[in-house]
Design a protein around this ligand. Structure first.
Ligand code: SAM
Ligand code: SF4
Length: 481
């Protein structure tokens, strides 16, 4: 069959279908039933470029696992890879522009090496306009698949390599759960553990509920087994992943097991550090705070996106909590966990945001004493409700607001490191610092970066360090044990 005759696999996404939430049960699929083309990657190499959030990083680890099982090996150099996959992010327009820029650059590689297989996956292909643009402007792309079907990658590669057909297959559905995917983890001491997939929140600015399907929780026994295996392999830290981890379990029919139960079970396990992201203020309650306050392996660091400090804007964002409820939650956190570090996400320049409403956000930032934040200028996403809202705030004004907000947030970063000056902290050592291979770098329980002098035998261990100097983004320390 001629190349580009993609009749076998040609399913384009539809945002309209992705919006639907049917009440059908989530199916749990076993990857082993989809894996029957071993050896396909023999003498071939791959390289994956990952954009976006931890969900994508976790998916990339699974894709690497699949490719390795197929016999591929990872290439250190992009230009030398036989297969290049871009695992993409759709959250903001600039993330997408970067990917299109990269696809343009990779055209040249394809000219130099016509056998190169070029693929794009992740959130961007879940959008109709992206797939249409790829079809029109990027004929050099051989495989396009989305977030729901990475388990079918062996089949797609078989089609591209053996039949020389192009594959476009993107499902716009609620999604299932695939267990037993092979995985090559990026880090041998810190692991991502998906506890749920998708999102049902439908914040009006956000594309995630359309690109990643409905909220669906993994069974507790699957999560706990994965953590047990990680402990056996010597992992020191797990980060539980979900778009709203606090609603974990709500969809598990016939099972009375929620995020609190999961935290309680993990608290009893032999994994030194447990983190989780992302928390949604609407489902995070006092009881959950009390559980985290037990300490032990439950880390005193909470990423709690607020998005805005104005009740009017929060309502228009469909966040389902008020500024007052959010502040109550923050108060509980500081009351029960006095050592806690809280960080957040904030969007400035949401359509119609007035100067006063923005100042309410600044006020809230001061009150909550954040020790860090991801801050964004609102980016309209086609298919989301907010993209149709009238927007009378100029880009210049939005950028000015971002600047003011960041000034305040940076003060918070510095206060957050200064409070540890002279104190001892526990650091999980990641490796040598990027700029100096005699200096070790690692993170404290509060998720602060610490640099200190030490040797390679400490990598992967938790060591006690005295903080001697605090800077905005990191702390300098001395090992004391
Ligand atoms: N589920 C998480 C939550 O609700 O906090 C966040 C997931 S999202 C990948 C990360 C952040 O991107 C959001 O918290 C929000 O601040 C930001 N974001 C999402 N859509 C955006 C948009 N259209 N424009 C600007 N920022 C956006
Ligand atoms: Fe997007 Fe809101 Fe879901 Fe977070 S909770 S992924 S911001 S829709």
């Amino acid at each position: 069959m001629a190349k580009n005759d993609y009749s076998k696999y040609f399913t384009k996404p539809s945002i309209r279908d992705a919006r639907k939430r049917k009440s059908k049960d989530t199916e749990i699929l076993d990857f082993n039933n989809y894996f029957n083309v071993k050896g396909l990657g023999k003498n071939r190499t791959f390289k994956i470029e990952t954009y976006g959030c931890q969900a994508n990083e976790a998916d990339t680890e699974k894709i690497k696992g699949i490719l390795t099982e197929l016999g591929f090996s990872e290439s250190a150099i992009l230009e030398e890879a036989d297969l290049i996959l871009l695992n993409t992010c759709a959250i903001r327009e600039n993330a997408e522009n970067r990917v299109f820029g990269e696809l343009g650059r990779l055209k040249q590689y394809k000219r130099n090496n016509p056998d190169l297989i070029l693929g794009i996956c992740g959130c961007m292909p879940q959008e109709e306009k992206v797939v249409n643009r790829i079809l029109q402007k990027f004929p050099q792309v051989d495989i396009v698949f989305g977030t729901h079907n990475l388990f079918k990658l062996p089949e797609y590669l078989e089609t591209v390599i053996l039949s020389k057909e192009r594959v476009i297959e993107v499902f716009s559905e609620e999604g299932n759960i695939v267990e037993n995917m092979p995985r090559i983890r990026d880090n041998s001491k810190k692991a991502w553990v998906n506890i749920m997939y998708g999102c049902d929140e439908f914040c009006t600015y956000c594309i995630v509920p359309y690109t990643r399907g409905k909220e669906r929780s993994r069974l507790p026994e699957h999560i706990l087994k994965e953590v047990q295996e990680l402990i056996k392999e010597g992992y020191q830290e797990v980060t539980l992943l979900g778009q709203n981890v606090n609603s974990y379990g709500n969809d598990l029919k016939n099972l009375d097991y929620r995020f609190k139960d999961l935290l309680n079970d993990l608290y009893e396990m032999d994994i030194p550090r447990v983190r989780f992201t992302t928390s949604h203020p609407k489902d995070f309650d006092e009881e959950t705070v009390k559980i985290i306050a037990k300490g032990g392996n439950l880390m005193p660091y909470i990423h709690l996106p607020v998005q805005s400090g104005s009740n009017v804007i929060l309502k228009r964002m469909n966040r389902k909590y008020t500024k007052e409820q959010y502040i109550q939650l923050v108060d509980w956190i500081y009351e029960y966990i006095p050592s806690a570090s809280i960080t957040t996400d904030i969007i400035v320049g949401f359509p119609g945001e007035t100067r006063e409403q923005f100042e309410e956000t600044l006020d809230l930032v001061r009150k909550c004493e954040y020790e860090g934040a991801y801050t964004f200028v609102y980016s309209p996403r086609e298919g989301t409700p907010a993209a149709t809202y009238e927007d009378n705030v100029s880009m210049e004004e939005k950028k000015q607001r971002l600047y003011e907000l960041n000034e305040l947030i940076n003060d918070g970063y510095l206060k957050g490191t200064k409070r540890f000056e002279g104190k001892t902290v526990k650091v999980l050592v990641d490796g040598f610092s990027k700029n100096n291979d005699e200096i070790l770098a690692g993170y404290t329980e509060n998720n602060k970066l610490v640099n200190f002098t030490g040797d390679s035998s400490l990598i992967g261990k938790i060591v006690t360090v005295k903080v001697v100097e605090s800077k905005t983004w990191f702390m300098l320390g001395e090992q004391i044990d």
